[in-house]
Design a protein around this ligand. Structure first.
Ligand code: HXC
Length: 510
């Protein structure tokens, strides 16, 4: 380069990063390059890149002889459907996408800009973690990123895609973000890779077993979404952005809606089986209830007894939380409680109204759950609902038993609008358990008496009217009019203002 001219050769070199050979290798593996991923994510021609010339400063292990322009990460801003986002895209062809001090500085710069300008930050992660050749500088770099992740939390949406084998800091930073997607058979997340695991613990494990997509979307709950391809993962990020506001001070996105708020959904009248022990699929309720094709389920494979996801009512973004009677009768257990709590808090942080659909037989009893901390974990969900100040609309379709009644956005936890279907049963517990406890041995051998007492209990509690008489329900509504009533309630609640007492922060039972 001389004077003010930048040769096309230099531009090519700047853009190729780890080199043509390495990039071809990536394509052979079915991966897009870091730059191609950005092109897929952003509106055409909207990307502005920063720090393309920035280079690492490491001199150990002959690193001073090797330099890659931009040092393994592309950073900048652009738009998704016209909305400003900041992003970074790590380049595995440069020292395995590992994080040098320079690489960290580039990411921190755009995180600071995203926070200052109130726009989402998206990380396309493809990195082996802290650059081992650098040591403390790269660790410090990660700590700087983590600090910013925490400062951004609840202020601007933070989204992560895992697009390769990611380790160490490259998984802790995504864990601090709001949503993470992984690509099946292609993305991995672990503290450290199989080679180090073997040397430290002797355990032999492959990348898939250690931190594959199944592990994190079904078992650990670390990732929220599984994608079939990189393109699919990027579409998921775009979809997530469409439901989220730019920041915690702006309103939720309103999209054009061609689905009438007044639409009746007659099939809901038949959805709940007469027999209270028969399951039904809550998704068959959600899909026709919300604006057409607007339901986007989050963590579908983790704790499926509780459904969470985004949807729209009359064009307005909402968070849906729903018990799923088709899975473990919709009971609340450790995993589903934590899953729900995190989602409720996320919606609350970003002013997204919460619609809760209740059919819950209670909390799961027993040693497995108790040893796993169901008291603490259940309390998280309770805490999340109780502190949430966003509009909260609750529909009880069938069971709302015991502590789970209290927890699932009840009137007592500042539920704004609480409706129930005529099929609702709101009680401390089911008739069978209640009769056993109330009458015990006295009628234990008398099936006729048991039946009579159970019927008595059901007549008193297996309906919504006792709760409605006390104002714990605002109305008992026709299932087919549920969409209309929710849309109306959300419109009424548009300017809702509610606050919590001034404090540094609450102490959620983590
Ligand atoms: C330097 C790295 C690297 C790293 C990968 N590479 N990770 N270089 N620092 N962290 C280099 C490799 O040496 C190799 O260089 C190239 O990138 C490609 O890596 P491969 O191992 O050939 O790729 P693959 O077989 O696909 O395996 C990917 C991997 C593995 C599973 C990520 O590279 C791995 O286990 N890396 C180390 C992961 C790790 O333990 N990171 C933790 C860092 S500590 P050549 O020249 O051969 O092409 C950390 C702490 C942060 O992050 C704080 C947390 C709280």
């Amino acid at each position: 380069m001389t004077g003010l001219t930048i040769s096309s050769g230099l531009i090519t070199k700047l853009k190729l990063r780890g080199g043509l050979k390495q990039q071809k290798k990536r394509h052979k593996k079915g991966c897009f390059t870091a730059r191609e991923r950005i092109e897929l994510l952003l509106d055409e021609q909207s990307f502005e890149e920063f720090d393309m010339f920035k280079s690492h400063r490491c001199t150990h292990f002959n690193m001073d002889e090797k330099h890659w322009p931009g040092d393994g990460v592309i950073t900048g801003y652009g738009t998704i459907n016209g909305r400003l986002v900041y992003l970074f895209s790590q380049d595995f062809t440069v020292v395995g996408g590992s994080l040098s001090e320079t690489h960290a500085e580039k990411i921190c710069k755009i995180m600071d800009m995203a926070l200052k300008n109130g726009a989402p930050i998206i990380g396309l992660n493809d990195s082996g973690g802290a650059r081992i050749q650098e040591g403390i500088e790269s660790l410090a770099g990660y700590a700087e990123i983590f600090q910013r992740n925490v400062m951004c939390s609840g202020v601007i949406p933070q989204l992560s895609a895992i697009l390769g084998p990611c380790a160490g800091g490259a998984v802790y930073s995504p864990a601090l973000t709001d949503f993470t997607t992984m690509v099946r058979d292609h993305s991995y997340m672990f503290l450290t890779g199989p080679k180090v695991v073997k040397s430290v613990t002797g355990e032999e494990v492959d990348v898939e077993q250690l931190g594959g997509t199944q592990v994190h979307t079904m078992r650990s709950g670390v990732a929220h979404l599984a994608a079939d391809s990189e393109v699919h993962a990027i579409q998921q990020l775009q979809q997530l952005i469409s439901y989220l506001p730019q920041n915690n001070m702006t309103g939720v996105p309103l999209t054009e809606n061609n689905d009438s708020a007044n639409r009746s959904v007659p099939l809901l009248n038949e959805l709940v089986p007469v027999d209270a022990n028969q399951p039904y699929d809550m998704k068959q309720l959600i899909e026709p209830l919300v604006d057409q094709d607007s339901f986007f389920e989050i963590q579908p494979d983790y704790a499926p007894n509780l459904i969470i996801g985004f949807a729209r009512f009359d064009g307005m973004s909402v968070g849906i939380v729903a018990n799923q009677p088709a899975q473990m009768a919709g009971v609340l257990d450790n995993n589903s409680s934590v899953k729900g709590a995190r989602f409720v808090r996320c919606c609350d942080a970003f002013n997204i109204p919460i619609v809760t659909l209740v059919d819950v037989p209670g909390f799961m009893p027993g040693t497995v759950q108790e040893y796993g901390g169901i008291i603490r974990n259940g309390a998280k969900l309770l805490y999340a609902y109780a502190e949430a100040t966003v509009p909260k609309v609750t529909i009880t379709t069938r069971k709302a038993y015991g502590g789970a009644y209290c927890v699932m956005s009840s009137k007592h936890l500042r539920g704004d609008i609480n409706y129930a279907w005529p099929s609702a049963e709101i009680a401390v517990m089911g008739a069978k358990g209640a009769v056993e406890l109330i009458y015990g041995k006295a009628i234990a051998n008398d099936p006729e008496q048991i039946g009579k007492r159970e019927q008595e209990y059901s007549d008193a509690f297996a309906n919504p009217y006792a709760a409605a008489q006390r104002g714990y329900l605002d109305d008992v509504i026709l299932p087919e009019r549920t969409r209309f009533r929710i849309c109306k309630a959300l419109t009424m609640l548009t300017n809702k203002r509610d606050t919590n007492p001034p404090r540094k922060h609450g102490n959620i039972p983590l």
